[in-house]
Design a protein around this ligand. Structure first.
Ligand code: DQA
Length: 143
């Protein structure tokens, strides 16, 4: 079973970027932990700072993968194009955020994407990604 993790803009700087909000671990280091935790799942990882590349990856994996875990970063709050991409594919998407977007600035409270996703997990740091995989496994019953 294949799961695609997609990280959007500025998430390549996890570990360096605003560590008081996002922690001091790089995503590559966390990914190693996830891979060990789920030996039965093929976890692919893609990060891009470009909206179109995120859309292309959703199209590429969105008809064959079992699930997609998407942290679209700031595009979460702005991107009608990513919303349409999620609506266009058949693979369930779980929206994730490291921080609790509802406890931050008001412009982060609204997600353009959430309505097209299976669900949203926010506020648990890197553990948000593991919880999203658990959601794909148990709630969606697809793995
Ligand atoms: C984020 C929250 C967004 O508001 C922000 O723009 C990010 C990261 C998170 O994971 O907490 O880049 O998606």
């Amino acid at each position: 079973m294949k799961i695609q993790i997609i990280n959007g803009p500025n998430l390549n700087l996890l570990g360096v970027r605003e560590p008081e909000i996002y922690g001091s671990l790089s995503f590559e280091d966390y990914l190693q932990e996830l891979v060990i935790l789920y030996p039965g799942i093929e976890i692919s990882y893609f990060q891009s700072n470009t909206e179109g590349e995120i859309i292309n990856k959703l199209h590429e994996t969105g008809f064959s993968y079992a699930g997609i875990v998407l942290n679209a970063g700031a595009y979460t709050h702005t991107s009608l194009a990513i919303l349409d991409a999620i609506k266009s594919i058949s693979t369930p998407v779980i929206e994730v955020h490291l921080s609790n977007i509802h406890a931050r600035e008001s412009f982060r409270h609204r997600s353009m994407l959430a309505g097209a996703c299976k669900g949203v997990i926010a506020g648990f740091g890197m553990d948000s990604y593991r919880l999203a995989i658990e959601a794909l496994k148990k709630v969606c019953n697809i793995i």
